[in-house]
Design a protein around this ligand. Sequence first.
Ligand SMILES: Cc1cc2nc3c(=O)[nH]c(=O)nc-3n(C[C@H](O)[C@H](O)[C@H](O)COP(=O)(O)OP(=O)(O)OC[C@H]3O[C@@H](n4cnc5c(N)ncnc54)[C@H](O)[C@@H]3O)c2cc1C
Length: 363
Amino acid sequence: MTGVHLYRHLDEMAPWNDRLQVLEVAGIVDEAPEVKTFTFRSDAQTWFRYKPGQFITLELPTADGPLMRTYTLASSPSRPFSISITVKAQAGSIGTRWMFDNLKRGSRIKARGPAGDFSHHNHAAGKYLFISAGSGITPMMSMLRWLNDCAPWTDIAFVNCARRPEEIIFRKELELLGANMPGLSLGFMIEERSSRESWFGHMGRIDAVRLPLLSPDFHEREVFCCGPDPFMRAVRTMLEATGFDMAHYHQESFGAPPVEIPPPATTEAGAVVPAEATVPVRFASSNVDGQCVPGQTVLQAARASGVRISAACEFGLCGTCRVRKVSGDVEMNHNGGILDEEIAEGYILACCSKPLTALEIEA
Ligand SMILES: Cc1cc2nc3c(=O)[nH]c(=O)nc-3n(C[C@H](O)[C@H](O)[C@H](O)COP(=O)(O)OP(=O)(O)OC[C@H]3O[C@@H](n4cnc5c(N)ncnc54)[C@H](O)[C@@H]3O)c2cc1C
């Protein structure tokens, strides 16, 4: 995107299609320590159609081969000409660090999606409680930005937790929205003071005493929660203990780190698995006959056989590892990354499917 772009009306443009277009970096902004926002446009002047809170999966072309990483769109579909993701590089990060080091304005990158169910559009309510920690603020920000553009009078309690004041992502924008949206009440909570930014707000961790201080009527709200798994577990446990109706609780997990896979012919303890306990898996497009040891997923068996199936979240959410099953049965425990229609058409998610019988898949 180097030249000057003339404005085109939305109805003169087609929506983004992940099979036909790639993303082009339009801007990169530092948000907080080790946190950056990447804004993308389509390389073909298309617009982006998604629900606030949905995610995309980027294909990062690293020197060691393509790496799939899933990121929530922090932007709002009410501004459909671009999308943005806000990403935090954890210690030892490979994918996110690659983006920090390699993506520049004008870089082009393949992406899949948007996808995902975590959106207030799926659970419309009169009052919301958004509760997030760390980079888990991104889906809340997308929903809040949408509400600011399209329903600014909405009653929203927004509670955000961070380690230190300077690690609160989007703090200035949130304060500005708090001044402009009459129904928005903001509550920040930090764990440690810091010499870099002053702090006069709440300190400690969110618990059954602090939550009612930040949102006294939380029982009446549709709750959306996102953050590290221990944080979400604590919020869940706390709400359950107060008798909160958990049908009104929704959470998004950013997932567990990938686990190294044992080779197919041995158990995790290293013992050789008897041949009769393994299940044959044929990877038809690769013309490879593999084996799945008890407990292994189809994705793990593919890797052990040298067959590449693209995967990102690896817990049945992002849908990247969707493959068609030609024959055989699997037990699939997904987290919403595949539609019922797709299952009826014979598709499975390789990361969360374990063979029950001999299997043939298109991979
Ligand atoms: C639906 C969904 C939405 C997501 N949205 C965002 C988002 O908006 N912003 C964002 O920054 N990330 C988001 N993630 C997480 C993101 O996909 C990556 O898992 C995360 O950025 C780590 O990838 P990496 O390449 O940086 O690190 P990796 O190279 O995968 O791992 C490097 C190090 O980070 C640790 N690690 C791996 N994954 C995580 C994790 N999720 N949390 C903490 N430590 C981890 C590993 O143990 C390892 O030490 C989302 C994930 C999902 C499934």
